[in-house]
Ligand binder design. Structure first.
Ligand SMILES: Cc1cc2nc3c(=O)[nH]c(=O)nc-3n(C[C@H](O)[C@H](O)[C@H](O)COP(=O)(O)OP(=O)(O)OC[C@H]3O[C@@H](n4cnc5c(N)ncnc54)[C@H](O)[C@@H]3O)c2cc1C
Length: 459
């Protein structure tokens, strides 16, 4: 015997719950299955807790700079990690409970806790019960990738998930991986008071970004006392008394770093290995990501994959956008497509990096005629007033259409300001629109027309 629903959703990440609510509101019956914590990565071990921790780290950083702003702090600024964690748990926990309460309160929606596995293209098994539906949606997300590096079995290591339980100050945190997650943790723990070393295999940090962005971020982190080792190849781990010795085959510098704790931040891997996808015939790529078409449908009609598990985005906003595309297409008769969305994301270091569209390297590769401009944050009055002048704004536009091709705003407010350019891209409007707009003074955004007035042929 199986229980029948109109739709089954596996996972309560950033797409599943909203999709369940839309189906339920449309009067269709839906079952949503979660094996662990409601809200998934973003809510429990990703965006929400890390940005809450980043806020604590920022507050400590500003307190240490008190003299620059004209105030004194009595004694050293010391971070109480138990209270930092408690604050993080409160913010993250509220969100986690919010998702669960919301789902449980939905009419037409059954919430099931347990691990779902496919039995056939139309059925899944959870807690020994068979559920059946005409439409199935996979929103199972991903987890930290643990590489098979020598010694990995012999030493304790942390991932973004186990970092959530840390309520003490690691004396020396060695972070393997100099990309978005590693850099956010690195700066926050340095500001909490740890010694921090970041090991990056490649020749620069955040290798997907332009070289000037990588270099500026390296300088910002280096100035805070974070040790950065690039070209760190052949990483190995070994126990050395009470410490962990991390061996590095760097071109320069000592061949070993002795840390008290090691955080692995070398990428993510999809949670698709334990779903029995083969029983449904759902195809994955060589890295386990579910292959989807432009409307998120898998190779099996009636099965969609949304969020990180489809490899078409690795952000909360891409997962949520997947939900919007699928829901609008299925419930509103729309024809939305993945390929209509424009790449955008932020690195939430301080200052943050806001990004949209193509990088310089991508523009060069595309062969388009382009114009570009760059403006230092040290010449943005709001940044000067705030005492946060690190970074720059850079924008590239198509020389013929005058449309924005890409932007990187590394600087105070960069994660917000970038949306002006992103929306202009969605509107397919020429950059001259922004030049004629009147902006609020003093803001970072008011400098966009100034930056755009400096456009020159792309080098
Ligand atoms: C440290 C860190 C910081 C991040 N910061 C940001 C940020 O600032 N901004 C941003 O946009 N993104 C950020 N991300 C990425 C973001 O968290 C994810 O892209 C986002 O959570 C989307 O996830 P999802 O919807 O694909 O699924 P997830 O949120 O991963 O949820 C999947 C859910 O499915 C459940 N599940 C899995 N398998 C099964 C099964 N077989 N049966 C039942 N349930 C199952 C899991 O338990 C989980 O709850 C961060 C990620 C990390 C790790």
């Amino acid at each position: 015997m199986s229980r029948h629903f109109d739709a089954i959703i596996i996972g309560t990440g950033q797409a599943g719950p909203s999709l369940a609510a839309r189906f339920a509101a449309a009067g269709t019956t839906v079952a949503i299955i979660e094996r662990h914590k409601f809200g998934g990565t973003c809510v429990n071990t990703g965006c929400i807790p890390t940005k809450t921790l980043v806020a604590s780290a920022y507050a400590a950083h500003v307190a240490r700079r008190g003299a620059e702003y004209g105030f004194a702090v009595n004694g050293d600024v010391r971070v109480d990690m138990k209270r930092v964690k408690a604050r993080k748990d409160e913010v993250s926990g509220r969100s986690n409970r919010g998702v669960e309460d919301w789902l449980r309160g939905l009419k037409n929606c059954m919430v099931i806790q347990g691990h779902a596995r496919f039995q056939s293209p139309r059925t899944v098994v959870v807690n020994d019960e068979v559920l059946q539906a005409e439409k199935l949606f996979i929103n199972v997300g991903g987890r930290a990738f643990v590489p098979a590096m020598p010694g990995i079995q012999d030493v304790p290591f942390l991932t973004n998930s186990s970092m959530m339980d840390v309520d003490f100050l690691p004396e020396h945190l060695v972070i393997v991986g100099g990309s978005y997650i590693g850099l956010e943790f690195g700066q926050m723990y340095r500001r909490f008071g740890s010694e921090v070393t970041i090991l990056e295999m490649g020749p620069r940090l955040i290798g997907r970004e332009d070289e000037d962005v990588s270099e500026a971020v390296r300088q910002i982190l280096g100035a805070e006392g974070i040790q950065i080792r690039l070209n760190a190849k052949c990483i190995s781990l070994a126990k050395r008394h009470s410490r962990i010795a991390v061996g590095i085959g760097c071109d320069e510098g000592p061949p070993e770093v002795l840390g008290t704790h090691v955080l692995l931040a070398v990428g993510r891997t999809p949670n698709t290995h334990d779903l029995c996808l083969d029983r449904a015939g759902v195809a994955t790529d060589e890295r386990g990501y579910i292959i989807v078409d432009d409307q998120l449908q898998t190779n099996v009609p009636g099965i969609w994959a949304l969020g990180d598990c489809n490899g078409r985005g690795a952000f909360t906003h891409t997962s949520y956008n997947d939900y919007e595309i699928v829901a609008d297409n299925l419930l509103n008769g729309d024809h939305r497509r993945l390929s209509d969305r424009i790449q955008t994301y932020a690195l939430f270091t301080d200052p943050p990096l806001g990004r949209c569209g193509m990088t310089d390297a991508e523009i060069r590769k595309s062969g388009r005629a382009a114009l570009a401009a760059k403006h230092p944050m040290s010449r943005v009055s709001r940044a000067v007033e705030k005492g946060e002048t690190q970074g720059f704004i850079k924008v590239a536009v198509d020389a013929d259409t005058k449309q924005i091709l890409g932007a990187a705003i590394l600087g105070t407010g960069g994660d917000e300001v970038v949306h002006v350019l992103l929306d202009l891209m969605y509107a397919k409007a020429p950059y001259t629109v922004v030049q004629r707009a009147m902006h609020i003074h003093p803001t970072v955004t008011e400098f966009l027309p100034t930056v755009l007035s400096k456009l020159e042929p792309f080098a």
